[in-house]
Write a protein that binds this ligand. Structure first.
Ligand SMILES: [Zn+2]
Ligand SMILES: [Zn+2]
Length: 389
């Protein structure tokens, strides 16, 4: 195994220039969800050039790809996941150029070794993590069938073996009222903006009666057209999250939906409620995969922080994947302070530390994949942990 890790590290070193050039190129050409034409092509081309069989447009998504390399004998299938979408207006402020090249780099490092290893290696290009739910669409299209474990790394401000991602859903609510002159005849109007205000007031009253892990947040997306006209139409988007997806969908969601109806009832407006087409699930942890991440990250000189269930966190479509098969979403630091979705984080994603993380991450994921492919006991442990949670 030590020899295998030394070979992985050597291959990562040999590919370092190509990987960092690719990371910087993706960073310099940010493409938002579902429009990652260049990034997906660059990654798929680079994997193809190293011997992978590449299928583009997987699951009907033009910017998804699957690069496959078979080993020398039958064995498990391990998938390494790439993300490469940017944020509108903020560029690569979530550091997905790092995720993309960590995943590709793990593929580069294992490509020359696969003729010695059993099983199958897949590098899966998953578009539109930022709100588009690319992995959910790929799951529905069957792209994760026959995959025994899915592993990926997200850049962060800490080194940590997992991220406690929340289940998340949202609603677009439009209230329809009746317009009237706001001074001459307000009694003839039905104020749709009042319904929005009362819905938010109801949300605030509800906060005390929900579990502590719940997050509810939203914006007014339309507040009327003129201040001297009773608003005929007003709309809002509300997001709700919880660490417990069953609680979110089973208890919280119906209460919020009743609250929208209540605001309509109070004002006489009509509520048009459009639920989110895609719901993000909470992360299902896999301790053996996290232990493997810790071993390989420490081997690369990373000091890991223990998981703190109270740290603030977001949601991601890897949560849905983790409910379907054993999954890992490890974190490697590219900065000590900057948080995702900020300009400082975008800067860190192409800094010297960001670059070091690309190489560490590639070696870590390649090491975990090699372990899962070659050690049936480890793979069995990962499967058992998934079934036991
Ligand atoms: Zn993000
Ligand atoms: Zn992200």
């Amino acid at each position: 195994m030590t020899d295998l890790h030394a070979r992985i590290d050597a291959h990562v070193r040999r590919e370092a220039d190509a990987l960092l050039e690719l990371s910087h190129r993706i960073h310099a050409h940010p493409e938002v969800a579902f429009q990652e034409m260049q990034a997906s092509r660059w990654l798929a081309d680079a994997l193809e050039a190293r011997g992978f069989a590449v299928e583009r447009g997987v699951g009907g998504l033009p910017t998804a790809f699957r690069a496959t390399l078979d080993g020398s004998a039958a064995g498990p299938t391990v998938a390494i996941l790439c993300e490469y979408d940017a944020l509108p207006g903020l560029g690569h402020a979530c550091g997905h150029n790092v995720i993309a090249t960590v995943g590709a780099g793990a593929g580069f490092a294992l490509a020359p070794l696969m003729h010695d290893l059993p099983g199958r290696l897949v590098v899966l290009g998953t578009p539109a993590e930022e709100g588009g739910g690319g992995k959910v669409l790929l799951l529905d299209a069957g792209a994760f069938e026959e995959i025994d474990a899915a592993i990926m790394i997200h850049p962060a401000s800490v080194n940590q073996a997992a991220m406690p991602l929340l289940a998340s859903t949202h609603w677009d609510v439009t209230f329809h009222g009746r317009p009237a002159h706001a001074a001459m005849a307000p009694h003839l109007g039905v104020n749709a903006l009042d319904a929005v205000r009362l819905a938010f007031a109801g949300v605030d009253a509800l906060r005390q009666q929900v579990r502590p892990d719940v997050r509810i947040h939203g914006i007014v997306t339309h507040g009327g057209d003129a201040s001297n006209v009773i608003p005929e139409r007003a709309s809002m988007r509300l997001v709700a999250r919880s660490a417990d997806g069953a609680y979110l969908q089973g208890e919280l969601a119906p209460r919020l939906e009743r609250l929208f109806e209540g605001a309509a009832l109070m004002t006489g407006a009509r509520a048009e409620v459009v639920p989110a087409p895609i719901r993000y699930r909470e992360m299902r942890f896999n301790r053996p995969l996290e232990a493997a991440f810790a071993r390989h990250a420490e081997r690369r000189g990373r000091r890991l922080l223990p998981l703190d269930p109270n740290t603030g966190t977001g949601s991601s479509d890897i949560g849905n994947v983790s409910q379907a098969l054993p999954s890992l979403h490890g974190q490697l630091a590219i900065d000590d302070a900057a948080l995702p979705h900020t300009a400082a984080f975008a800067e860190a994603a192409r800094s010297a530390r960001g670059d070091a993380t690309v190489l560490d991450g590639a070696a870590v994921l390649a090491g975990i994949a090699a372990e899962l492919l070659t050690d049936p006991a480890r793979m069995a442990e990962v499967r058992a942990a998934f079934e036991g949670t």
